[in-house]
Ligand binder design. Structure first.
Ligand code: SF4
Ligand code: SF4
Ligand code: SF4
Length: 252
């Protein structure tokens, strides 16, 4: 007898597969989720590969022209498409390469085989297909993943915070890293990670993407006052925010 559970499939594009590993980790302690769905495709975890699914969770960014065809095929099949992690949501660290000429990058990486490989700017999957929800982070937060999938199964959009990481620092009474001579993108970055980096004394690098209406000018001023020159500010903001800044009228 065929299952009536919602069918879920995981897909990977360009990424380190750390978000899929986080999913595996989450499923070990949240077996209730395993009981509620039928996973029909998840290369990282199993050999089954069925193309009949309702929810597609996509890890990794678009980095090759042929990715667009595959993304469209997934979109055509799925009722709900979710961008899983910073690579899919933002283009991720892959987008650091967008600041350079593609030919230069290909020659640097592939040398004399450069012509064999196709490549394009690294972009979020939402540049190519409609995305219904995103689970941010590099990697994703395992508890947020579980909450997000449960919401989707109940027909609701995942509740992803739109306030900055600084709020979570205050809530957990973490000392601001600026006080210790470090720098941080927390004031412009979407919360939800529990301010994990500042809690270990490390500044936020922006992996969960920008909050709505971030005050870039103010943060640039603070970073400059704390010793970062213009190039260092640009470099800091390019790790995860390249595409969001490039597609807005903000300056990096
Ligand atoms: S978002 Fe980070 S952890 Fe997830 S696939 Fe990309 S690089 Fe890996
Ligand atoms: S450490 Fe970063 S996130 Fe935390 S309060 Fe300071 S600036 Fe904000
Ligand atoms: S503190 Fe910043 S870089 Fe660290 S996990 Fe949270 S959003 Fe990502």
């Amino acid at each position: 007898m065929s299952s009536t559970k919602p069918k879920i499939a995981f897909f990977d594009f360009a990424g380190c597969e750390g978000c899929q590993l986080t999913v595996l980790d989450a499923l070990q302690t949240h077996t209730e989720l395993l009981n509620a769905v039928e996973i029909v495709q998840f290369r990282e975890a199993m050999s089954r590969s069925d193309d009949d699914y309702q929810i597609a969770l996509i890890e990794g960014s678009y980095t090759r022209p042929s990715d667009e065809v595959r993304l469209q095929e997934i979109r055509d099949q799925a009722q709900i498409v979710v961008a899983l992690g910073a690579c899919a949501h933002l283009g991720g660290v892959n987008a650091v390469r967008n600041a350079h000429r593609l030919e230069e990058i290909k020659n640097y990486v592939y040398g004399e085989k450069a012509e064999v490989y196709e490549a394009a700017s690294a972009r979020p999957i939402s540049d190519f297909i409609q995305v219904d929800a995103f689970i941010p982070g590099c990697p994703i937060d395992r508890e947020e993943f579980v909450r997000a999938v449960k919401s989707l199964l109940q027909g609701n959009a995942p509740d992803i915070p739109d306030y900055p990481v600084c709020v979570e620092c205050k809530l957990r009474e973490t000392g601001c890293v600026f006080l210790y001579g470090k720098t941080c993108l927390g004031p412009i970055t979407r919360a939800g990670c529990g301010a994990i980096c500042p809690s270990f004394g490390v500044g936020c690098e922006g992996c969960r993407g920008l909050i709505p209406n971030p005050n870039m000018a103010s943060l640039r001023e603070v970073l400059s006052e704390n010793g970062l020159d213009e190039m260092s500010v640009k470099a800091k903001m390019s790790l995860f925010l390249t595409n969001q800044i490039a597609t807005s009228d903000m300056e990096a």
